[in-house]
Ligand binder design. Structure first.
Ligand code: PHE
Length: 347
């Protein structure tokens, strides 16, 4: 009798202490299983006399029912706790604002470059791309730059390890003009067996490098080269193309251009191109935007063409400069600082 009450109390205590259902099933086996304490007692009934057997059996059964009830209760508690833990862990706060996907944006210089490519595509120019590590021949010699030209000096040009086939040091191109030669030679080669050659009409935008750094100069900057060679392309065509380029780029139909005599080894005559806006804060001020000129006969020859037959113009324009004018930016270094507060304004 005392035994049974103690057994029920022990089972209740043990069940209450158990925090995991797996352990609860082990405990169940100990009390109610085939070789559990209660089963042992039931087996012992056989040894009792007939009169003793009935009440003892009833007591054992009552104890068994109590233990089973305690077990059921604990099972339910544990299942409920488990469910609550799961719900808490997977809780979704529907009052939180959603996380939007971060949208990237193009760099202002890239925006300008794309814009320039679209403008020139629309008037039949090809867009070409070339190496940033150049040979002395493409960057200088083929462009008619004399051996002692100051641009070749260590102060202006970044030289890199390695030499070309002629044993001259490789360099980071100081302008996009080597693309004049590269593109023209490729074009000439392509039409070598044709009865006539279509005009060379190309722009070549890209990175250029010079040893130079201040508010208006960066050691790495972008240029766009323009080249149009055919049997009768004149300075008037240069003026027409460039003016149209400027008016479309700046969305100002009243921009004016002016050609100021200048010198480049690869053009003759040569000119700086200035533009003036018809309105806005820059109104009426002449702003230099490009070098240009009639392609020098020696350069035409280096393209593999006869300068008596083929003529044309070239220009080379700074893309950062155009971008600064378009958006009213006054410090070139902003383009390369990587400051999101600046860059996000162009998204
Ligand atoms: N390459 C020249 C420069 O970087 C610009 C230029 C290009 C001038 C083509 C004339 C013709 O300054």
């Amino acid at each position: 009798m005392q035994d049974l009450n103690a057994l029920v109390a022990e089972a209740c205590r043990e069940f209450a202490d158990i925090a995991e259902s797996a352990h609860l099933e082990e405990a169940k086996a100990r009390f109610l299983g085939k070789s559990g304490s209660l089963t042992d007692m039931l087996k012992g009934l056989g040894k009792l006399s007939a009169e003793e057997r009935k009440p003892a059996g009833e007591r054992i059964n009552a104890a068994k029912n109590e233990i089973e009830a305690a077990l059921k209760l604990r099972r339910e508690q544990l299942a409920q706790q488990k469910l609550e833990r799961k719900l808490a862990a997977e809780a979704l706060d529907v009052t939180l604002p959603g996380r939007t996907a971060q949208r990237g944006g193009l760099h202002p210089v890239t925006l300008s470059q794309t814009r320039i490519e679209e403008i020139f595509h629309s008037i039949g120019f090809d867009v070409a791309d070339g190496p940033e590590i150049e040979t002395d021949w493409y960057n200088f010699t083929a462009l008619n730059s004399p051996e002692n030209h100051p641009a070749r000096s260590m102060q202006d040009t970044f030289y890199v390890d390695g030499t070309d086939a002629a044993g001259k040091p490789l360099l980071l191109r100081t302008h996009t003009s080597p693309m004049q030669i590269r593109y023209a030679r490729m074009h000439v080669e392509q039409y070598r067996h044709a009865t006539s050659m279509p005009p060379i009409k190309v722009i070549a935008p890209g990175r250029t490098y010079r040893v130079d750094s201040d508010a208006t100069h960066s050691p790495m900057f972008h240029q766009v080269e323009g080249l149009w060679i055919d049997e009768n392309v004149s300075f008037a065509d240069l003026k027409g193309v460039f003016l149209d380029f400027m008016r479309t780029f700046f969305e100002d139909d009243n921009i004016t251009v002016r050609f100021r005599p200048s010198y480049f080894p690869f053009t003759e005559p040569s000119a700086e191109i200035d533009i003036a806006f018809s309105s806005g804060p820059m109104k009426g001020k002449w702003l230099e935007v490009s070098g240009s000129g009639q392609v020098h006969p020696q350069v035409v020859r280096n393209m593999g063409l006869d300068p008596e037959r083929y003529v044309g113009f070239a220009f080379g324009c700074g893309i950062e400069r155009l971008t600064m004018l378009r958006y009213g930016i006054n410090d070139l270094r902003l383009f390369f600082d990587g400051d999101m507060r600046f860059l996000q304004q162009f998204g």
